[in-house]
Write a protein that binds this ligand. Structure first.
Ligand code: FES
Length: 297
């Protein structure tokens, strides 16, 4: 059985899928109930303000702290008592980091489906279990005569959080959660390239055009024509099937990220990376586009 078989087995767990069906809408509804403030908190936890997912930044805190604690605990077990206080402090810091990692990860998880969602939920449940073990370990470290059990619980937590970290890595590197789906190896047009006859794009509508192999979202709003990469930076959804909004933005049909048509910036997550934006012009009845210089290509 290889790693992919294990991931497939996780994805087939009915109890995980049933739990996902209940938990995911509950979290999304809680953010929705918070109105504008709820959306702002959600955007913050996704990392929309950072231009990068926040979750992997925060996870370094518990992983790093608990690794340090494992080493210091090991030294203590070898008889070097002076490392005791350092191990306890590292566990406490890790617990703070784990709380931040949990809320940001849970928020990102709301933008996943199917296999990604099942693996993401397993990743989260394992990390919650590890955090509970560390919290218990921390409590026991402050009691008399339970030091060795406390260290044992921390070691068990470390094993569980390591497997959870592996699942998190699989979500990024294999399932491409949290990567920029517009960072394609295909070149965006740097010179003006015809993508659609102008007559085919009615006012206040959107349509997909093609520049070579690249899908381009074309939108005409109050007579002005805008163009963005059509593939959503979040998980690759087709923006042309989304909604054209009154404030000159587009909402992705898959997980409802909103991008400005004016500059491609993210207005609402889960996306954290902006859409490549193109300059437009009409030439011989054709809409032509070229990439506005950005750091993607
Ligand atoms: S693919 Fe998820 S918001 Fe677009």
């Amino acid at each position: 059985m290889n790693a992919e078989d294990v991931m497939d087995a996780i994805a087939k767990q009915e109890w995980l899928n049933a739990a996902g069906d209940k938990i995911q809408p509950a979290i999304l509804n809680a953010y929705k109930a918070g109105g504008e403030a709820g959306q702002k908190i959600k955007n913050f936890l996704h990392g929309t303000w950072l231009g990068h997912p926040l979750h992997p930044v925060i996870t370094d805190v518990p992983v790093g702290s608990w690794t340090a604690a494992a080493v210091l605990d090991g030294m203590e077990l070898l008889g070097k008592k002076k490392y005791k206080a350092g191990a306890d402090a590292a566990i406490a810091i890790g617990l703070f980091g784990a709380a931040g990692a949990a809320v940001s990860g849970m928020t990102d998880w709301t933008g996943t489906t199917k296999k990604k969602r099942a693996i993401g939920l397993m990743h989260g449940l394992m990390n919650i279990s590890a955090t509970a073990l560390y919290a218990t370990s921390y409590y026991m470290r402050k009691q008399k005569d339970s030091r060795k059990t406390a260290i044992g619980l921390a070691m068990l937590g470390y094993g569980i959080t390591s497997v959870a970290a592996y699942l998190g890595g699989h979500l990024i590197y294999n399932e491409q959660v949290g990567v920029d789906h517009t960072a394609t190896s295909v070149e965006y047009p740097k010179e003006f390239t015809a993508v659609l006859p102008e007559a085919e794009l009615a006012d206040n509508s959107m349509k997909k055009g093609k520049a070579g192999e690249i899908d381009i979202l074309l939108a005409r709003k109050n007579g002005e024509i805008f163009a963005l990469a059509n593939t959503c930076s979040h998980l690759g959804g087709p923006l042309c099937d989304g909604d054209l909004l009154d404030d000159c933005s587009v909402r992705c049909p898959w997980h409802h990220s909103v991008f400005s048509l004016k500059d491609g910036s993210v207005i609402d997550g889960p996306a954290t990376e902006p859409q490549p934006k193109f300059e437009t012009r009409i030439n011989n009845g054709q809409i032509e586009v070229r990439l506005i210089k950005n750091d993607k290509q």
